[in-house]
Design a protein around this ligand. Structure first.
Ligand SMILES: [Zn+2]
Length: 310
């Protein structure tokens, strides 16, 4: 999106953006009643992240795309527990700060890449939730088909390769994944989740970390995970599709893409068998290639049947 447009009406500005014309940033969007509510929500979410120990020191950042070229975000060097609405900033989609007395987070470019790539993404939360980050520092993604709510709200998690935080290269690591995943692990770093609302993006972080915690506890029991059956999993995916939530399993050739998403080379079958016995050590990419192919076929068939029934 290189060109600029001069529309001032909100609907027209979003329409321009959808056509690839980026409107000039409007600083007044920082002080509207909507902005006031969003700032309160961002501060509440910051406090939740800190209380759940998902952010440490000044870590983590939260943002909301309030206009087609305007993003309200957290500043750098402020604990998410201590955030107040007066601390927040506004940047344009190029990362230029438009409003705010404190400098915007140095990781804002990560959020902006997501907003530019996914029109449905209006909010992003980046944090370092310990149990999810345990996966990120081992290069593993959590296995699927264990807890139904996780399948619906998060689903398959991608893992982006490591890059130095705050750089453009770091921000771009998520680009291959964010259209079909609302949750991406960042290797040796943490996680980023997007949604239509700030609160929901934070929920996705909670759902991810609780899931990873359960998997860690289950691994200590030494018994293999019980898996949701293919038939029941297809029900979940069909419901998810109706809810309009993204999932890479809706795409054709999902098995192939899920291997690419993990960034890992598939292991020999003998290694897979040995790792399968350790439950939580098994990655989604290793488990699900064949299952996902079957699920996609089934969901497609059910969707066609539903369409026929209407
Ligand atoms: Zn970080």
């Amino acid at each position: 999106m290189k060109n600029s447009a001069k529309s001032t009406d909100s609907t027209a500005r979003w329409r321009d953006a959808a056509r690839g014309l980026r409107p000039l940033a409007n600083p007044r969007l920082f002080s509207t009643p909507e902005a006031k509510a969003i700032k309160k929500e961002i501060c509440a979410v910051g406090r939740k992240l800190w209380l759940r120990q998902f952010v440490d020191g000044n870590g983590g950042n939260i943002s909301y795309r309030i206009g087609p070229n305007e993003v309200i975000c957290t500043p750098t060097m402020v604990s998410k527990f201590d955030l107040t609405p007066a601390d927040l900033c506004m940047v344009d989609l190029d990362g230029n700060q438009i409003v705010g007395t404190k400098p915007a987070t140095s990781e804002i470019s990560l959020h902006l890449e997501i907003f530019k790539a996914v029109p449905e993404a209006r909010a992003a939360v980046h944090c370092h939730p310990p149990h999810a980050t345990a996966y990120a520092v081992t290069g593993l993604v959590p296995p699927n088909l264990v807890i139904p709510e996780f399948e619906i709200f998060v689903g398959k998690v991608a893992i982006a390769p490591y890059e130095t935080p705050g750089t453009g290269a770091f921000a771009r690591t998520v680009l291959p994944f964010v259209k079909q995943h609302n949750t991406v692990l960042l290797t040796n770093h943490g996680a980023v989740c997007w949604a239509d609302r700030v609160t929901v993006a934070e929920w996705n972080c909670e759902i991810l970390d609780t899931y990873c915690t359960i998997l860690a506890f289950a691994a200590q029991l030494g018994a293999p995970l019980l898996r949701i059956s293919e038939q029941k999993a297809a029900d979940l995916l069909a419901r998810k599709k109706r809810m309009g939530l993204p999932d890479i399993r809706f795409a054709a050739g999902a098995g192939k893409q899920s291997r690419a998403a993990s960034g890992r080379i598939p292991e020999r079958p003998s290694n897979r068998k040995a790792r399968a016995g350790r439950g939580a050590r098994l990655t989604a990419a290793e488990i699900t290639a064949a299952e996902i192919e079957a699920l996609v076929r089934r969901v497609t068939r059910e969707a066609l049947e539903e369409m026929g029934a209407q």
